[in-house]
Design a protein around this ligand. Structure first.
Ligand code: PMP
Length: 401
């Protein structure tokens, strides 16, 4: 015990802590709006029909369980890169991308940022939007990568602070790295509009900053995977050598399969080959080679035209349910004559809504109404259903008027 006696107790994970408290609550009216996973209208985890079908196909193929290549199977990496970058991607045409399978989005971020600490020739400093997903700064801390914040969310408008962001970007040192949420920003649900992305691209280019896109929700924001890839594709078209972390947790409901990808766009094939050699060495020392099951499911869905069509409608169905719950929630609050403005509930996009509720109002929601959410007022719209939306609207109305 003496050897480990100096280990201090770490803080529990905030979001997982909320789920624990929710589980302990015995009130039948309880609602969990903390969880970052999609739920169907009955509040249950959702298995996508396209995923089920892909699993059946794989099962019937009686495949073996040999090791995958270190970077993952090429049928997987090619398909996922195309999903993100699109049919007309110059990098894919010229084979100047370096794409590897990763342990979901988190693993892609970690691998990408660790690669930065070892091999990056620019300024080893990451700029994160304020606010951002809590794991971003935590990953940086773990690998001793300095991180700073740029302005992103404007609490006054509940929207994007374009001027603040641009001003902060112009102050970033040349060669530093900026993290951008490709779509469905977590936790705010606030995304730049297409014209705003164009401005950001220009300012980032002028400042010679490297963009790292975190794309954990492709298809989840608008229901269309091409729309949601707008920013990533625009930045490629404008000549940025982006980094990209992809996750299939949300858009395929493959949370526990831990399947994702990390891509670097490189200036030429030679650089891409050198980068690939080094990423493979890193992977080799962390987990040797990636898990095969989730990657096979994703690959089957993306490479089988029939399943691909099915999946696109599965994604749209999830996004549409969330969009309709946003509308019902807003109508429910405004319909009760609430004095505040609630347009941001429907303006924001993706799984999360940054309600603007104050910590004391959040506390009342939990104590008096058994509704669980993070202290920052973020709610997971996926936790709202036709059965509880009226109850949640009533509760929010009561704590805000
Ligand atoms: N980035 C963001 C912004 C996220 O919200 C998430 C999921 N909560 C992830 C990355 C990665 O999740 P996963 O590792 O499950 O793919």
């Amino acid at each position: 015990s003496t050897f480990w006696g100096g280990v201090p107790m770490g803080p529990p994970d905030v979001i997982l802590g909320i789920t624990e408290a929710y589980k302990r609550d015995t009130d039948p009216k309880k609602v969990n709006l903390g969880v970052g996973a999609y739920r169907d209208d009955a509040g249950k985890p959702h298995i996508l029909p396209s995923v089920r079908k892909a699993e059946e196909n794989l099962f019937n193929r009686h495949m073996n369980h040999e090791y995958a290549p270190i970077a993952g199977d090429a049928t997987f990496t090619n398909a996922v890169a195309k999903l993100a970058l699109g049919e007309d991607s110059p990098a894919l045409r010229n084979k100047t991308n370096c794409t590897v399978q990763s342990l979901s989005g988190t693993g892609a971020l970690r691998l990408g940022l660790e690669f930065v600490t070892k091999h990056y020739g620019g300024v080893k400093e990451l700029w994160l939007p304020n606010p951002t997903w809590g794991n971003h700064p935590q990953i940086c801390n773990m690998i001793s990568l300095p991180h700073k914040k740029y302005r992103y969310y404007d609490p006054k408008t509940h929207g994007f602070d374009l001027n603040g962001a641009c001003e902060d970007i112009t102050k970033m040192p040349e060669g530093s790295i900026i993290l951008l949420h490709a779509c469905a920003h977590n936790p705010t649900g606030v995304d730049p509009k297409p014209e705003e992305w164009k401005q950001l691209s220009q300012v980032i280019k002028d400042q010679k900053v490297l963009p790292f896109f975190d794309m954990a929700y492709q298809g989840f924001a608008t229901g269309n995977v091409d729309n949601d890839a707008f920013a990533v594709r625009l930045f490629e078209k404008e000549g940025h050598h982006i980094m990209l972390a992809q996750s299939f947790a949300k858009n395929m409901g493959l949370y526990g399969e831990r399947v994702g990808a990390l891509t670097f766009l490189c200036p030429d094939q030679e650089t891409a080959a050198k980068m690939m050699s080094q990423v493979k060495i890193m992977i080799r020392t962390i987990y040797s080679n990636p898990a095969i099951n989730g990657a096979r499911i994703v690959s089957e869905i993306l490479n089988n035209p029939e399943l691909n069509q099915m999946w696109l409608s599965d994604v749209k169905e999830m996004a549409d349910r969330i969009i309709s719950m946003r509308k019902e929630l807003r109508d429910g609050i405004e319909g009760r004559g609430n004095p505040q403005k609630w347009n941001h509930i429907t303006d924001q996009i993706g799984m999360f809504c940054y309600t603007g509720l104050k910590p004391n109002q959040v506390e009342r929601l939990t104590k008096e109404f058994h509704i669980y959410l993070t202290k920052d007022g973020r709610i997971s719209v996926a936790g709202i259903s036709s059965k509880n939306v009226d109850y949640v609207a009533e509760a929010i109305h009561k704590v805000t008027s």
